[in-house]
Design a binder for this molecule. Sequence first.
Ligand code: IP8
Length: 244
Amino acid sequence: MPRVIVLKLGGSVITEKDREETVDEERLASLAETLAGHEDFVVVHGAGSFGHRYAAKHGVSRTEGTHDAAAVREIHASMERLNGHVLGALGAEDVPAVPVDPFSLAYRSRDGTLGLPLDGIETTLAEGFVPVTYGDVITQREKGATIISGDELVVALAEGLDADGVGLCSTVPGVLDDTGAVIPRIGSYDEVEAYLGGSESTDVTGGMAAKVRALLNLDVPASVFGPDALEAFLADGSAGTRID
Ligand code: IP8
């Protein structure tokens, strides 16, 4: 099987973050147009103005679980609605996009370790489809159900599929230094600690520091870039900040 690219479309890139369950239609259509004609990639999208609101309403997070099935359904349904929009936009550009539902696929063990069987996704790719998955709620032993972020899925898919590269399409044009300039390349966390915070910083927001740390741990090169640079990333991987 050819090696794949794992591409994350950030929730705040494809939705209007401050308007409940509102898709940024124009942005999404333009990203879909850029992806048209490309092959062998997996899309992961975040929640933006979908999902998070229901997770907060029911007190569900990466660490706080729920046994309330109605809460699980509400969070998951919101993410399915956003996934439907993403599939629709990709489909309109003839990208052979199909859904991959994390709730039905993934799970966590007691200590939070992610289980993500990949046979289905591998078959989906091998048959020429583009799997489109997303941050979601998943079951966890002894906690009921907890949240999985798109970023966590990106890392697991990049490792599990032995991906060729990872792209995080974000609202910022890359990882920024303290003057607001894009840092072209990051080879170790020490290089950016001054801008992103020390290794003890908890990073509860799942912000840039957590992303950079996770991407540095991967064997594959990753890039963080803004929506305008998706074309450049797909062409030769030269976009925003390269983390490897
Ligand atoms: O936007 C969160 O995914 P993220 C998923 O990638 C939910 O952090 C359901 C809140």
